[in-house]
Design a protein around this ligand. Structure first.
Ligand code: UTP
Length: 474
C-alpha cells in the first residue's frame, strides 16, 4: 500500500489528486481503505484509456472492410448438413459422457439497466415457480450430468461487488442439488469509473473509489489468475460451455453445439441469430482478414449495418447471443505467461458519485465511462471459429431492461411460448388466444426437459390444458 505522500505524488502526476480531497476528514479505517484502493490502480493504463476512450473522439478503430462470416444454418438445408449435424451431436454426447465438458457463466455484471442492486442471477424469472436464473441453469446442468452420466463442473464468475452475495445465495439454496465440490466461484477484476467529460476518477464515497467490473472479457484472465483453468485441466476438461447470466432460455449444455466445435477442431464455436432489424443491439458477426470477429452494434457504422445484398437481405444479418464453446487449450494458450490483454471499450453509464462539495449525486443521465473488455475480442486470436445459427424463440430472451423489450415481461412470455411449442411437438394440445398466444401459463422444469425430445414419454398423453390453467411439469 502506498504512503499518503506517495499517493499524493502519483495522483498529481496523473491529474487525479481530487481523490484525496476529503482524506483529512476520514477516520483511520477510511484513510486505510482509500489508500488501499488508490494503490490498487494501474495509473499508466487508466491514463491511456482516459486519453483514448474518454477525452478523444476516436473511440475505436473499426477494421477496414468487414465482410459477413460464414454461418452454419440452424436447420440442415441438405442431406450433407443433416449428416454432419447428426455426427456432431454424437461427438458432443461423447465428450459430455467422458466428463470433458465444463460450464462457465459470467455473472459479474452490475445489471444497471434492470435497476437491481444484487446479483442478476438471483432474480426470479420463471412464470410459475419463480425460480431464479441461477436455479434454472443449475437444474439444466444437473439434468445434463444425469443424462450423460458425468460430472459437469460449473464455474461462476462474480465481481468483487457481488461475490459474497452470490456465494451466500447458492449456499442458502443448497447449491440447487448440485455437488458443492463441482461448483467454483471466482471474481473478475475491476476498473475505476471516470467522469465522461473530464476523465476524473469518481469517488463513490469520501473514502472509496467508484469501481466497476472489467467486462465479461475479464473472464479469461480471471480464469487463469483464480486457478480455474488449472482446476479444469486437473479434471480433464477439454471444452467449456460459456453463457451469460441473463438469458433464462439459454441452453447451458447443447451437445450439437459442443460437437460442432469438436468436429471442426475449432478453438471457439459461437451461436448467432438473424437480427430483427439492422441496428438491433447484438454484436455483428463479421469476417476481417479471414478472421471471424464480432463488432458491437454500437461500433458498426450505420451504413454497414443497413447495407443489403442483391437479394435484399442484410449483409450483416446475424447477431451474437453471447454463447460460446471454448477449447480449454485455446484459453491456456492465450493466457500463457501472463494476462490475456483484450482491448478495453467504453460503456456510458449512470454512476452515483460524490461531487467536489462532498455531496452524493444520483445521476438521471449517463455521466460516467466504465472500461470493459468483451469476451468476443478473443475470437481473432483463435485459429478457427465455427459460427452456428440458432433460433431466437428457442434460445434467446435476455433480461436486460426494467420494461419493454428484453424485460421480465418478454422473458416470461418467451418461456411460456417455448414450453407451449414443446408440448405441441409431443402431441399435447395447448389452448391459444385470438392472437395465437398460449392461453395457459406453462412451465417445464429443466430437470424434466431441456429440449422437446426429452419430453417424449414423460408427459401424460391425456394431459388436458384449459384456458387460464397454470401447468408446471417436473
Ligand atoms: P451486460 O453487458 O448486459 O451488462 O452483461 P450487465 O452488467 O448485466 O447490465 P447493465 O449493462 O449494467 O445493465 C452481459 C453479461 O456479461 C456479464 C453479465 O453478468 C451478463 O451475464 N458481465 C458483464 C460480467 O460478468 N462482467 C462484467 O463486467 C460485465
Amino acid at each position: 500500500m502506498m504512503s499518503t505522500e506517495k499517493a499524493r505524488e502519483v495522483l498529481a502526476t496523473f491529474g487525479q489528486e481530487h481523490l484525496l480531497q476529503f482524506f483529512d476528514e476520514l477516520d483511520a479505517a477510511g484513510k486505510k481503505r482509500l489508500l488501499e484502493q488508490i494503490s490498487s490502480i494501474d495509473y499508466e493504463q487508466i491514463d491511456g484509456l482516459i486519453n483514448s476512450l474518454v477525452l478523444s473522439d476516436s473511440h475505436l478503430d473499426i477494421p477496414a472492410n468487414p465482410a459477413p462470416a460464414p454461418v452454419l444454418p440452424a436447420r440442415p438445408t441438405d442431406q450433407a448438413i443433416a449428416e454432419k449435424y447428426q455426427q456432431a451431436r454424437l461427438r458432443g454426447r461423447e465428450v459430455l459422457s467422458a466428463g470433458k465438458v465444463a460450464a462457465v457463466v459470467v455473472a459479474g455484471g452490475a445489471g444497471t439497466r434492470l435497476g437491481i442492486s444484487g446479483p442478476k442471477g438471483c432474480v426470479q424469472v420463471t412464470p410459475i415457480k419463480k425460480k431464479s436464473l441461477f436455479q434454472v441453469f443449475a437444474e439444466q446442468i444437473l439434468a445434463a450430468s444425469r443424462k450423460y452420466q458425468a460430472t459437469i463442473p460449473w464455474y461462476i464468475m462474480t465481481s468483487p461487488q457481488n461475490d459474497a452475495e452470490t456465494r451466500l445465495f447458492f449456499r442458502k439454496h443448497n447449491f440447487f442439488g448440485l455437488n458443492e465440490k463441482d461448483i467454483f466461484f471466482f471474481a473478475q477484476g475491476q476498473m475505476p469509473v471516470v467522469d465522461k467529460n473530464t476523465g476524473k476518477i469518481l469517488l463513490a464515497d469520501k473514502d472509496s473509489i467508484a469501481f466497476s467490473p472489467n467486462g465479461h472479457g475479464g473472464c479469461i484472465s480471471a480464469m487463469r489468475d483464480n486457478g480455474v483453468l488449472n482446476d479444469m485441466a486437473k479434471r480433464g476438461i477439454e471444452y467449456i460451455s460459456y453463457f451469460q447470466v441473463d438469458n433464462p432460455i439459454i441452453k447451458c449444455i447443447d451437445p450439437l453445439f459442443i460437437g460442432l466445435a469438436v468436429q471442426e477442431d475449432a478453438d471457439i464455436a459461437t451461436k448467432v441469430i438473424p437480427k430483427r432489424y439492422p441496428a438491433e443491439k447484438l454484436g455483428n458477426i463479421c469476417l476481417v482478414d479471414g478472421k471471424v470477429m464480432i463488432i458491437e452494434y454500437s461500433d458498426l457504422p450505420e451504413d454497414l449495418a443497413r447495407k443489403v445484398k442483391d437479394d435484399g437481405k442484410l449483409l450483416f444479418a446475424f447477431g451474437s447471443i453471447a454463447t460460446h464453446i471454448f477449447r480449454r487449450n485455446f484459453l491456456e494458450r492465450i493466457t500463457d505467461g501472463g494476462k490475456c490483454q483484450l482491448p478495453f471499450h467504453r460503456a456510458l453509464k449512470k454512476v452515483p458519485y460524490i461531487n467536489e462539495k462532498g455531496e452524493k449525486v444520483i445521476p438521471t443521465e449517463p455521466n460516467a465511462v466504465k472500461f470493459e473488455m468483451f469476451i468476443f475480442d478473443a475470437m481473432p486470436l483463435a485459429d478457427k471459429v465455427v459460427v452456428f445459427e440458432t433460433e431466437r424463440s428457442e434460445e434467446f430472451s435476455p433480461l436486460k431492461e426494467a420494461s419493454g423489450e428484453n424485460s421480465m415481461d418478454t422473458c416470461i412470455r418467451d418461456q411460456i411460448r417455448r414450453s407451449a411449442r414443446w408440448l405441441e411437438q409431443v402431441g399435447i394440445a395447448v389452448p391459444r388466444d385470438a392472437r395465437g398466444e398460449p392461453a395457459a401459463i406453462i412451465e417445464i422444469s429443466p430437470l424434466l426437459a431441456n429440449e422437446p425430445e426429452d419430453l417424449a414419454g414423460k408427459v401424460p398423453t391425456d394431459l388436458k390444458i384449459k384456458p387460464g390453467d397454470e401447468v408446471y411439469l417436473e
